[in-house]
Design a protein around this ligand. Structure first.
Ligand code: ASP
Length: 459
């Protein structure tokens, strides 16, 4: 039994929805289908989820929201018309939006989640009804009825372990099942969404719950590329990647598959394949527990994320101080800041975090460190990009760091820091943001084609 999830661009209009249903109906093992909200139909289009955010903003600012609501309803009206379906669903959509707004007007966090969930919820109902009308038994199931029981913190839903027993029972339902992605229901009966892009997480939860043989994640590309296609022209496609490698790459900017979606899968070793709705015949990229490492695929991918901040702290004889790091980390904890890396020397320590973690708190955090930690020097750098070189093959091979530093040096890129985790499957290089794309290009060309891009050096 397989679970197939279709992303926003795959369900953005009637033509795409027909492609999706051809794929679904083509394979009897494709039993449970997770759908996103209608995504962009063209480059300048707006995702339905973003239209819902605009509606939310009008509502909380007590402005007239009818135009925003109509825009959302129109997205579904277009699809219904192109599919030659009755328009009765539109009244339900209108009523549902109005009811949510009325009931949750004074609970903004709850209102946000409830409105955002509508994008996938209406789409799942529409698609299930259409497939059923084509003579294929298809049932729409709300996340509540499917058993997606989650924690209660708005926008940060996490599945509760008890949920899986109920989800397993979905196996008994006859025909195809269509479930909206992106949200669950808490014990207090609130709709709670996963983070943005979270339909991948719903698919993973259902795949784990029903003990699927495969989780197929359909999108608008034929798999995962070895580097960002917006930076590298026609990058090579990855055929197989491990959960651990995928986690490292998605951390640093690979957005094809949500990093939180790996969690329900890896313990139970449920394989994932990333496939293209527009070219379902393409093999796609498999994400699984192990892969074969060869000379050619030791480094599986290169990613770079540009949005990091680093706090640099110096203290003479820091290595002999007891509790120094703990005091710093306690300050971060008090300000609810999570950090990502902490490279250190004998007299200095750097704490790297996503820039949004420290936004609006910077002055307070820095003065708390000055006050409580008896430091010699303190500085903050907002201009940090992190280049990640990832590959299971690095554990067994010698010279990867040499290759990378050589490529970066040839391109005249200054290294601000280097860090390698204990797992040895990734290497992190801190560079300045303006060098991010150049760093991906030079390391990609050198690692995969042996070409050193000297001509990239600025004069
Ligand atoms: N519709 C949601 C978003 O745009 C979730 C998803 O598509 O996965 O983030």
């Amino acid at each position: 039994m397989k679970v197939a999830k279709f992303g926003g661009s795959s369900v953005s209009n009637a033509t795409q929805i027909k492609k999706v249903l051809n794929i679904v109906n083509d394979d009897p093992d494709r039993k449970i289908i997770i759908v996103s909200a209608p995504g962009k139909r063209h480059k300048n289009d707006v995702k339905t989820t973003d239209l819902l955010i605009r509606l939310y903003e009008k509502v909380i600012n007590q402005l007239d929201y009818q135009d925003k609501k109509r825009e959302i309803i129109q997205r579904y009206a277009d699809i219904l018309e192109e599919l030659h379906m009755e328009s009765t669903l539109l009244e339900t959509i209108d009523e549902t939006l109005e009811t949510i707004i009325k009931q949750l007007n004074d609970k903004h966090d709850r209102l946000y989640d409830a409105l955002l969930s509508c994008g996938e919820n209406f789409n799942a109902q529409l698609i299930a009804k259409y497939n059923d009308s084509q003579g294929i038994k298809t049932t729409y199931l709300s996340p509540k009825d499917a058993g997606i029981l989650v924690t209660d913190l708005p926008q940060q839903a996490q599945i509760l372990e008890d949920a899986y027993d109920k989800i397993y029972k979905l196996r008994e339902i006859e025909g195809k099942i269509i479930i909206p992605g992106f949200f669950g229901v808490s014990k207090h009966n609130y709709v709670v969404t996963f983070p943005r892009g979270g339909s991948d997480i719903t698919g993973a939860i259902i795949a784990r719950g029903i003990k699927a043989s495969l989780y197929e994640n359909f999108t608008d590309v034929s798999g995962i590329f070895k580097a960002n296609p917006n930076v590298i022209e026609n990058p090579e496609l990855i055929e197989e990647i491990t959960y651990r490698e995928m986690r490292e790459l998605s951390y640093a900017g690979f957005s094809v598959f949500h990093d939180e979606a790996l969690q329900p899968l890896y313990k139970h070793r449920i394989p994932v394949v990333i496939k293209n709705t527009n070219h379902p015949e393409d093999k796609g990229t498999f994400i699984r527990h192990d892969r074969e490492v060869t000379d050619k695929n030791q480094i599986i991918g290169i990613s770079c994320d540009k949005d990091f901040t680093v706090i640099n702290i110096k203290k003479y004889l820091m290595n002999r101080q007891i509790g120094f790091t703990r005091r710093i980390l306690e300050i971060l904890e008090n300000y609810h800041i999570s950090f990502d890396h902490m490279p250190s020397g004998i007299d200095n320590i750097s704490i790297i975090m996503r820039s949004n973690q420290i936004k609006n708190k910077e002055n307070e955090v820095l003065s708390a460190i000055r006050k409580k930690c008896d430091i010699d020097e303190l500085s903050i750098d907002h201009d940090l990009a992190i280049l990640m070189i990832v590959g299971e093959g690095m554990t067994q091979s010698v010279g990867t760091a040499n290759k990378i530093t050589h490529a970066l040096a040839e391109s005249n890129i200054n290294l601000k820091m280097i860090n390698q985790g204990a797992s040895e499957i990734s290497m992190m290089f801190g560079i300045s943001r303006e060098n991010a794309d150049k760093a991906v290009l030079s390391t990609y060309e050198y690692c995969y084609h042996g070409v050193c891009l000297k001509n990239l050096c600025p004069k």
